[in-house]
Design a protein around this ligand. Structure first.
Ligand code: F6R
Length: 648
């Protein structure tokens, strides 16, 4: 049975205020690697302690993108530090149902790929629910799973991830606190979120076998890990009420559970988001901006209408004591917001505007837009892209990856058919293209679900996307030699899982940077996307810039870097340092630019958890930013793109 949480403050009088918001201990690390390192150390210590006493160590393990770096670290410890797993017995949380064990996407395959194949664990000590059994057999298996755990004296340490809907294991919202290992039906949101592991949503199994919540709560110690975009659900689980609608919140009732998260996943916790509510805080200009903007949005009031009463009622009394009258603070924040808006993303030539986000000189600037996929430039900063070009800057785009896995097979035959027809029409020998078409058709007709494409098919898919990117650049007005296709090797695995960045990726990027010597760079700043392509692309640019800086490259002193967000999210309104307004016509022009990416319209593989098309996401997001500025009392534009400056 769940125990009462010993960490819950018994009396509000003798606890610090952070605790009254956070009902589960939370350890925040600056990145995934450091957080995973901590958890790996805890596991290793437990294994070694048990070894000393000649005891088995019973571990509960999770899958998904979250624990990948943890498993990599455990493998490293085994190989380099001699950590042995001979006394370890594992129980995995869950498995898709129905699914063959040997399928690429099964959690059985995942665990072997990331951990078991690389350590000295005894295979008979590995327990993973079996997704191959009949429904009748499953019931027996579930009962046996519980009994086996109990017979071994229970799980010593349970590792958990968390779903965006708060699930732990595959205990979806609504799962009972008393639930045990069982067959469950997956939430549609989970199937959509996990579709990235499969070719598309229809191939994600509808059910899973999972340990229950009561099974998890019986573990002696629990470490839940979360990185990146999990911030909203982390805040709800840690600070909200205990509810079966957010299964992870039930962990508040465990007496030895810790959340190990990175800074991005912590960003919605009150102590990070609104530190003025949890105790003393240093009132830097950005902190003042955050506090005032959040309060204005909460009250749905323009900044300049906030009163002393509003400040006091919303935990900002200290700010008044330290910085003076509400009216003065309102003005300070209003000016910060006003000065972030500019129609001149490359700087306004011949104008001296002191608080303008960009330098007016040099003009024109050489601008380099890094686009992780072939359509991120137009989706995420299409309006700015067009303005930069129209205002006379020398704009270059570096397409970092081929984006080939997101093209459907149908597109391949359609374009090959065109190539064959084209050659025939103009009297060009089409034997070779006919041959490629026939071969591709045959291959695709017998291609198994989730099978990795041949190099030839992948190169055709990459070419389709390359042509779309070139067409967009033409549409904006760029010359062909201003488009650079980097085809970074880390991306070319043919599967959803990508390789980490390599030396080759960095060298390719450094070469382009050195050739162009840009004065302004734009990159997709998806800092909260720990395993995605965007984050790797960003790390490659940062690493390249840092190396060039260290090497003493002169041009770099005069190069500013701006970050845009990818297709999924926008910057927090208080953090935006440059906002580029768009007129209704510009919104339409951007929309048509996105339409050029026909292979990405409608049924895109790996669409993610958002069913809206990319142009809709972009428009909703840009309109929302404009609306937020208007709510805060600034001019209402049709849409706005937003950027944050990166100092390196
Ligand atoms: C998988 C599991 C799930 C995941 C959760 C988060 O074994 O238990 O609860 O931890 O779906 O998945 P990722 O880590 O992919 O975000």
């Amino acid at each position: 049975m769940p125990q009462k949480n010993a960490n819950m403050p018994q009396s509000k009088l003798n606890v610090d205020l952070t605790d009254s918001f956070e009902k589960i201990p939370v350890k925040i690390y600056s990145n995934t690697k450091q957080g995973s390192h901590f958890v790996a150390q805890e596991i290793a210590k437990l294994i070694r302690d048990k070894q000393k006493n000649n005891e088995n160590c019973i571990l509960g393990l999770a899958t998904g993108s979250t624990p990948i770096t943890l498993y990599a670290e455990l493998v490293r410890m085994h190989k380099e530090e001699g950590l042995s797993f001979k006394n370890v017995i594992t129980f995995n949380l869950d498995e898709y149902y129905p699914l063959q064990r040997k399928a690429l996407q099964s959690y059985w395959s995942f665990m072997h790929r990331h951990l078991f194949n690389h350590i000295d664990i005894n295979t008979s000590n590995i327990h993973i629910p079996n997704g191959e059994l009949s429904k009748e057999e499953i019931k027996k298996q579930c009962l046996q799973y519980e009994q086996e755990i109990e017979a071994l004296g229970g799980i010593d340490l349970q590792i958990l991830g968390i779903g965006n809907n708060g699930h732990i294991g595959f205990n979806e919202p609504g799962s009972s606190i008393f639930s045990k290992t069982r067959l469950v039906s997956l939430d549609n949101s989970t199937r959509i979120a996990n579709a990235y592991e499969f070719q598309n949503i229809s191939q994600v199994p509808r059910m899973a076998v999972t340990m229950g919540i009561s099974t998890i709560l019986k573990a002696k110690r629990i470490l839940l890990m979360a990185w990146g975009m999990k911030a909203p659900i982390i805040a709800k689980s840690v600070e909200g009420h205990v509810t079966e609608q957010i299964p992870a919140s039930i962990l508040q009732q465990h007496n030895d559970c810790t959340f190990v998260i990175d800074e991005n996943a912590a960003s919605e916790l009150t102590r990070i988001k609104s530190p003025w509510l949890t105790g003393e805080c240093e009132w830097t200009p950005i902190m003042i901006k955050r506090a005032v903007v959040n309060t204005a949005l909460k009250l749905n009031k323009p900044i300049l209408s906030l009163t002393t009463h509003d400040y006091n009622e919303n935990g900002l009394g200290d700010l008044l004591v330290e910085k003076g009258e509400a009216y003065e603070i309102n003005l300070q924040v209003y000016y910060m917001l006003r000065d972030s808006i500019t129609g001149w993303p490359g700087g306004k030539p011949n104008a001296i505007i002191p608080a303008h986000p960009e330098r007016s000189l040099p003009h024109p600037k050489r601008c380099l837009i890094f686009s992780p996929h072939p359509d991120d430039d137009i989706i995420s900063m299409g309006g700015t892209f067009m303005r930069l070009h129209d205002q006379g800057n020398d704009v270059h785009v570096a397409y970092q990856t081929s984006g080939n896995i997101a093209v459907t097979d149908e597109f391949v035959t359609r374009f090959l058919d065109f190539a064959v027809g084209f050659e025939e029409q103009f009297g060009i020998d089409n034997h070779k293209s006919k041959d490629i078409l026939t071969k591709s058709r045959n291959y695709l007709a017998s291609k198994k679900v989730n099978e990795v494409d041949t190099d030839e098919i992948r190169s055709i898919k990459g070419l389709i996307r390359r042509c779309e990117a070139k067409a967009t650049c033409r549409y904006v007005g760029l010359k062909e030699h201003n488009c650079h296709f980097l085809n970074l090797p880390f991306y070319e695995t043919g599967t959803v899982e990508k390789n980490p960045m390599s030396e080759k990726d960095i060298l390719i990027t450094m070469e382009l940077l050195n050739k162009l010597k840009p004065q302004q760079i734009f990159c997709a700043g998806d800092l909260a996307d720990p395993h995605g392509t965007h984050k790797v692309c960003l790390d490659i640019v940062f690493e390249s810039l840092n190396r060039l800086k260290k090497s003493g490259a002169e041009w770099i002193k005069d190069c500013w870097v701006w970050l845009y967000k990818g297709a999924w999210q926008e910057w927090d309104i208080a953090d935006i340092e440059m906002a580029i307004p768009m007129s209704p016509d510009q919104v339409m022009k951007k929309r048509f630019g996105i339409f050029i990416h026909q292979s990405q319209k409608d049924m895109v593989p790996f669409q993610g958890s958002d069913s809206r098309e990319f142009w809709q996401r972009a428009e909703d997001r840009n309109t929302n930013t404009a609306n937020l500025y208007a709510v805060l009392g600034l001019t209402k534009y049709a849409a706005m793109e937003a950027f944050v400056r990166w100092h390196y």
